[in-house]
Write a protein that binds this ligand. Structure first.
Ligand code: BYC
Length: 334
């Protein structure tokens, strides 16, 4: 069904460089009617660029996001925990691959996206520039980071761009398992020895604010939100999603017997919202500018992995060329 949609080429596809008000109005009407935009449909150049940027950033986040957890693979407290963590990290790699593929349908190559990441020009989620200092960080990441990701990504399953929306369905199912495994680690630690509970609290203290920042700047400072919402790429604003996340998470922290590191957090009876204290946007900006605690380490680890894997890619390409040449010879001989 999906491939058929790809095959029906819009006669106006490819004309998106010179904006055309008639095509643009037709495009917006389709979006307003909740019809999906497919790769061969006409789309405004800015819509294409926004999606290329967002999907690539998302893919990079999944790929770099493997590192903070990979840090604990060799030190997991049991074989069972190690197997679960390994499976989760492999899922993140898979998410990166679906997302790079979705972005490729917009006319940007995987090589180009990878080189943007490796050169330090591309963004990935700010959360992945922080260290993972104790085992409970694996719990806090699953609970909070994957929890925030689900809140942000469930609406993306209804994104107007078909390939992104469809990729999100499976990603969200897997994120849901990740969130549960994280909360399960937190439950064990928080209900464990006083030392384990202290580790859980420490992990929460360090992960809380960076996960709140994952939703992006306040709506008043968000450069892309308004247009992305009109195009139904985003369904909710950054602040809306952040508030939903805080409302869902506060009772979970209470159940664990842990304290959210925000002395100003208070419940507003009128709105039914847990209102957070001020967010340190200077810290967010520092991380985005490349000066977070682990930016350099995360990028250089990725650069090293790509360089060290070059011989594998070369060998695979040489093998594929040999197989193709053999098949061509056979055909000629027949
Ligand atoms: N980090 O206009 P705004 C995962 C940038 S991975 C860094 O609001 P937009 C997982 C933004 O790019 C999940 N940069 O932007 C993996 C823009 O800069 P540029 C990652 C951020 O795009 C492994 C500027 O700030 N999720 O789940 O409308 C293990 C202005 O912002 C951030 C996604 O990528 C940030 N947090 O909205 C565990 C979801 N926030 O490009 C878990 C898809 C903002 O103009 N992405 N910026 O230079 C989105 O939904 C949106 O891109 C955002 C931002 C809500 C993040």
């Amino acid at each position: 069904m999906y491939t058929q949609a790809l095959n029906e080429k819009d006669p106006n596809a490819g004309k998106d460089k010179a904006e055309d008000p008639v095509l643009e109005a037709r495009f917006q009407a389709r979006v307003d009617e909740e019809m999906r935009i497919e790769p061969n449909d006409w789309m405004p150049a800015a819509y294409r660029r926004t999606l290329q940027r967002q999907i690539a950033q998302h893919a990079h986040s999944e790929v770099i996001g493997m590192q903070p957890e990979g840090n604990w693979l060799t030190r997991s407290p049991s074989l069972k925990r190690k197997a679960i963590l390994l499976a989760k990290i492999q899922d993140e790699a898979g998410h990166g691959l679906y997302l790079y593929s979705a972005a490729e349908t917009l006319g940007i190559s995987r090589e180009e996206m990878e080189s943007q990441l490796l050169s330090g020009k591309a963004r990935y989620s700010s959360i992945f520039n922080y260290p993972t200092l104790n085992w409970a960080d694996m719990g806090a990441i699953g609970w909070l980071v994957d929890g925030a990701a689900i809140m942000n990504q469930i609406p993306l399953c209804r994104c107007s761009y078909g390939p992104y929306a469809r990729a999100m369905v499976r990603v969200c199912k897997e994120e849901s398992f990740h969130q549960r495994q994280g909360y399960d680690i937190m439950m064990q630690m928080a209900k464990g020895t006083p030392e384990q509970k202290a580790m859980a609290q420490d992990a929460l203290n360090r992960t809380w604010w960076p996960s709140i920042m994952m939703f992006g700047p306040h709506d008043s400072d968000s450069s892309h939100s308004e247009q992305s919402m009109a195009w139904k790429i985003k369904r909710f604003s950054n602040d809306d999603l952040r508030q939903r996340f805080i409302n869902a998470t506060v009772p979970q922290a209470e159940y664990l017997g842990l304290t959210i590191p925000d002395p100003d957090l208070k419940f507003n009876e009128e709105t039914g919202n847990w209102e957070s204290g001020p967010i340190d946007w200077d810290e967010f900006k520092r991380v985005l500018a490349g000066n977070g605690p682990c930016n350099h380490q995360r990028l250089s680890t990725r650069q090293k992995a790509v360089a060290e894997g070059e011989w594998v890619r070369d060998a695979a390409a040489a093998h594929a060329a040999k197989v193709a040449a053999r098949a061509a010879n056979k055909e000629e001989a027949a």
